[in-house]
Design a protein around this ligand. Structure first.
Ligand code: NDP
Ligand code: MG
Length: 391
């Protein structure tokens, strides 16, 4: 079996490190050919010394300091151009897209055009530029395999079924740390409380998104692109134990679900090895040890992010990019204690409802321009919030 080369975008992050753990467990199947990160050169260099990739790429940072720490023979690249080169290189068969934010959009589109398998963790890319990323993949004959656990579950449940047989997709959500909080409790929620996810350990931005349930809203939009379904056929169901990762209902009344312990190495391994399954030695699901498996409908009043995301999906065009850009800015402001928890979704709502530009998206630059404008608008609204926040 030929070893598969994997370019890992976001190598120093939560998904990236889980992916490197999978790669390290299966050295005969996979090799990390490229490791890319944002600005943490030190962490990137220490990974490079372990994994010995051909190239490392940093989005921005101190070139001199990083060069000294790299192992002999590892090339150092920078920025968008460097990332594109790293992912398009002939030795990379799979691109694991797990850099946060949307700066990797052009390199990932280039990799899709080049026919690489895209193991996609980064939902913001599909939310913002789903039309252009999926078109590039079609043109290049590239597969986009979901890494997001819910979408991996849906992908597995669909299997070889015909699209016409799918009635609806049901994305499960843990409900986050504030599932049982009142609105007034949420208003005074602190950053550590928002970062206290009950079942998954992830990067800070996505963890806050889980607390507002914007994460699930973004996942609804992500699912529209991955499975070619309108948002109206994608439902959200709260399942606090995070054991059922999602379900698909077929027109004959059958519902198929995928289950497992909440561990990102399972969907990552599936996307890397598909159609095979890796013999993972991880803690196993023990259903008989679980007392209850609960399900409840999400409360759209306390979690208005869901309705905003459905509305953006319905509007289409640049609306999801506007939603995502404003949300990223607002989450960043919350994490640095400049706004309160409930201000996050309020700001996204204001940016969307005050949008005076067209939502037409004819090209990638259209969505990127909407993203820039939306962030600017959100930052202005953030700077006019004048209160103090608990830390
Ligand atoms: P983290 O915050 O833990 O890590 C982010 C990674 O992206 C870091 O390696 C960071 O590098 C890198 N990065 C940031 N900016 C850039 C840039 N401009 N160019 C290249 N790399 C960059 O995030 P997560 O791992 O939690 O999430 C990553 C993505 O995966 C997100 O899109 C998230 O929505 C998605 N996802 C995550 C899940 C999870 O379990 N964590 C589950 C499902 C989806 P540096 O260290 O240098 O800052
Ligand atoms: Mg998810």
């Amino acid at each position: 079996m030929k070893r598969k080369g994997v370019a890992v975008l976001g190598a120093t992050g939560s998904v990236g490190r889980n992916a490197l753990d999978v790669i390290a467990r299966f050295p005969r199947r996979f090799r990390a050919t490229a490791l890319c990160a944002g600005s943490n050169g030190r962490a990137l260099a220490s990974l490079a010394r372990i994994f010995r990739p051909d190239v490392v790429c940093l989005w921005e940072g101190d070139e001199k300091a990083l060069r000294k720490e790299l192992p002999r023979g590892t090339r150092l690249l920078f920025g968008e151009q460097g990332m594109s080169e790293a992912v398009c290189a002939g030795n990379a068969d799979i691109v694991l897209a797990a850099a946060s934010g949307i700066s990797s959009i052009r390199p990932v589109i280039a990799a899709a055009k080049g026919g690489k398998r895209i193991a996609l963790a980064n939902k913001e890319l599909l939310v913002t530029a789903g039309k252009f990323l999926t078109a590039a993949a079609r043109r290049g004959g590239a597969e986009i395999l979901p890494v997001d656990s819910e979408h991996s579950a849906v992908f597995q449940a669909i299997g070889g079924s015909r699209r016409d047989d799918i009635l609806r997709v049901i994305l499960t959500a843990s409900g986050g740390p504030f599932r049982n909080h009142t609105l007034s409790q949420m208003r005074s929620a602190t950053v550590p409380e928002a970062l206290g996810h009950p079942t998954w350990r992830m990067g800070a931005k996505i963890t806050v998104d889980c607390a507002t349930m914007m994460n699930k809203g973004l996942e609804v939009i992500e699912a529209t692109w991955l499975f070619g379904l309108p948002a109206g056929r994608i439902d959200v169901l709260i399942h606090p134990q995070s054991v059922i990762h999602s379900m698909v209902e077929f027109r004959d009344g059958s519902v198929l679900a995928q289950m497992g312990v909440p561990d990102m190495r399972i969907p990552i391994g599936y996307a890397l090895a598909y159609p095979e399954r890796l013999p993972m030695e991880l803690p196993r699901l023990r259903p008989h040890r679980m007392e209850t498996w609960g399900f409840e409908a999400p409360d759209r009043k306390r979690f208005p992010a869901l309705s905003l995301a459905y509305a953006a999906a319905e509007t289409g065009g640049t609306a999801p990019a506007v939603l995502n850009g404003a949300n990223e800015e607002a989450v960043r402001a919350f994490l640095s204690r400049r706004i309160g928890f409930t201000d996050i979704v309020r700001i996204v709502d204001r940016v969307l409802s005050g949008w005076s530009e067209s939502f037409t998206a004819r090209s990638l630059p259209d969505v990127l321009a909407a993203d820039t404008l939306s962030r600017r608008d959100a930052r202005e609204r953030i700077s006019s919030v004048r209160r103090t926040f608990p830390s």
